[in-house]
Design a protein around this ligand. Structure first.
Ligand SMILES: Cc1ncc(C[n+]2csc(CCOP(=O)(O)OP(=O)(O)O)c2C)c(N)n1
Length: 561
């Protein structure tokens, strides 16, 4: 029987699952794996990063736009701990990311070996499945297990530890096989219970003003078309969470936009408050979406559709819970609703128009102002003017996330907005935008970051230049950890403490790495600079001296979520 090494088998297993890109950083325990990547003809591109945190965020951004598992890798010890933030974010955001962490040899365990770490235990509470592969001949089934875990049910992350001796061990070639469909998500969709769908249809038929609140689950399930059809039949408004943007095109007459404390505005909150039934889809109804469980009101009637059985009923008493894939459920619901032969009028169009007119007239009044420093509203409006409809915008926490959630209209359904809403760690957007570019290279990818976030991730500019990644980077420069400063202003009597830092010249930093860069201080310079940067064929960065968040009219109702 012909044999291959564990390292070779890992490469082949990734290939068989349709992996095309691996984001990672080298290490001594990874040498056999890297050698197998160097020797074999596999058609995968390895993207060398400058920090494992970035590698995991890249894999996350890649998975979000491509619909495929994102793969990142790093060595034992510091590699495994640095990979962790991105793997946790992906897991909590229901995004399949495979984290390969190479490890010391199994025989060296317990002997104070440099970089030794219990990787299985480290990741176990934070991922769908955590495993360190202890024997080369068990490697193929462990990889298959990880892919099954990541892409079925609620998608999530799965780390795989790959000890040095397992990489060098031998296994039969015949055991190396995969089911390629598990490389994409959601795989093996679960159909809804027919009785529950019937009950949901009758509850919907009795409602006067049903409103959908869609989380990330609609886009993850690729259920945008089905959602549009059901909402149109019902005439029901569709609101989204920050992660749910793209559930419906935002210029659709039924799309109310984002609700919640981060990107929601009083007009959208008022719309939601008028509902007599809320249909949550792929949405955990968490603190941000519901403004700490106040909107919608706790006594509202609820239909909840989710792939995770623990979600419906966690916060709101639920009239009908459907544990299934969102696309299949909406398809079934459309059939049931049509059988009722009823003319529905969910009052969505009028309510959405009134809410949006109010929201955008307030926004436009600020967006045209010539204030110095430049207002965040003006930055959003200018990017809206110059970017193509199919662009992907990746936002960090701070100023970018609420502003783009509230006011940027993503005019195509699907994944065009990305933010790390599970943990909101600073320093996500630059790396996630790199991953998103590799996942969908034919469209423009933009990352919008605070200057705090830029500081977390600046080293990755080298990766971006080395690989000529043509993303547009925008830095909102305000010389402070603005979100926290705003919290000190509103909740702690303006006692500003340890939130300000020196302003960096981000454009010059970028230029030193070889990135084409612009620094913008005056509003009239903004559009020409952003347009030139967006059209520039290579990596580009625009550093914008911006109104500090604590002085802005931010679409944020609570600074502590
Ligand atoms: C890793 C990490 N540490 C701390 C925080 C807490 N935090 C949330 S927003 C914020 C300030 C963000 O500052 P910046 O990136 O400059 O954006 P701004 O708010 O000024 O627009 C901080 C420190 C966080 N989200 N992530």
């Amino acid at each position: 029987m012909s044999q291959m090494s564990g390292a070779e088998a890992m490469v082949r297993m990734l290939q068989l699952h349709g992996v095309k890109h691996i984001f990672g950083l080298c290490g001594d325990t990874s040498l056999p794996f890297y050698d197998a990547l160097a020797r074999l003809d596999h058609g995968m591109q390895h993207i060398l990063t400058r920090d494992e945190r970035s590698a995991a965020y890249m894999a996350d951004g890649y998975a979000r736009v491509s619909g495929r598992v994102g793969v990142c890798e790093g060595p034992s010890g510091g590699g495994a701990t640095y990979l962790l933030p991105g793997i946790v974010e992906a897991n909590e955001s229901s995004i399949p990311v495979l984290g390969i962490t190479t490890d010391i040899a199994t025989a060296s365990r317990g002997r104070y070996t440099l970089t030794e770490l219990d990787q299985e235990a480290l990741y176990r509470p934070l991922t769908k499945r955590s495993e360190v592969i202890d024997r080369a001949d068990r490697l193929p089934e462990a990889v298959r297990r990880a892919f099954r875990a990541m892409t079925t049910g609620r998608p999530g992350a799965a780390p795989l530890g790959l000890p040095f001796d397992v990489q060098n061990g031998q296994l039969p070639e015949a055991s190396v096989w995969a089911q390629a469909e598990l490389g994409a998500y959601p795989a093996r969709r679960a159909a809804p219970d027919a009785d529950a769908v019937k009950r949901a249809a009758s509850v919907l038929a009795a409602a006067k003003m049903p409103v959908f609140v869609c989380g990330g689950g609609v886009v993850i399930a690729g259920a945008e078309k089905e959602l549009g059809a059901v909402a149109t039949l019902l005439g029901a408004a569709v609101a989204t969470t920050v992660s749910g943007q793209g559930s419906l095109a935002e210029d659709h007459p039924l799309c109310a936009g984002v609700v919640g404390s981060n990107g929601g505005t009083p007009p959208t909150r008022d719309l939601l408050s008028r509902a007599d039934l809320v249909i949550f889809i792929g949405c955990r109804a968490g603190s941000v979406t519901t403004e700490r469980w106040r909107y919608p009101a706790p006594e509202i009637a609820v239909i909840h559709i989710d792939a995770d059985p623990m979600v419906p009923g966690a916060i709101y008493k639920t009239d009908v819970a459907i544990i299934a894939d969102a696309k299949l459920t909406l398809q079934a619901l459309l059939v049931e609703l049509n059988l009722l032969k009823k003319a529905f009028n969910g009052k969505g169009k009028e309510a959405v128009k009134a809410a949006k007119d109010r929201k955008f007239s307030e926004f436009r009044a600020l967006a045209i102002k010539d204030d110095v420093p430049i207002l965040p509203e003006r930055i959003v409006a200018t990017l809206q003017e110059i970017l193509p409809h199919d662009a992907t915008v990746v936002c960090d926490p701070g100023t970018p996330c609420p502003y783009f959630s509230a006011y940027y209209e993503f005019r195509e359904a699907g994944r065009h907005f990305i933010s790390n809403r599970a943990h909101g760690a600073l320093g996500y957007a630059m790396a996630a935008a790199v991953g998103a570019h590799f996942g969908r290279p034919q469209t423009k990818t933009v990352s919008v970051m605070g200057d705090g976030s830029f500081g977390f991730t600046v080293g990755e500019l080298e990766t971006i230049v080395r690989l000529r990644v043509p993303i547009l980077m925008v830095v909102i420069s305000n010389g402070s950890y603005g979100w926290i400063k705003a919290g000190q202003k509103t909740g702690f009597g303006r006692r500003y403490f340890s939130v300000d830092f020196t302003r960096t010249d981000h454009a010059r930093v970028a230029e030193a790495f070889g990135v084409k860069a612009w620094r913008v201080e005056r509003p009239e310079e903004l559009k020409p600079a952003l347009a030139a940067a967006a059209e520039h064929g290579g990596p580009a960065l625009v550093d914008i001296i911006t109104q500090p968040l604590h002085e802005a009219r931010a679409p944020v109702s609570e600074w502590v979520a």
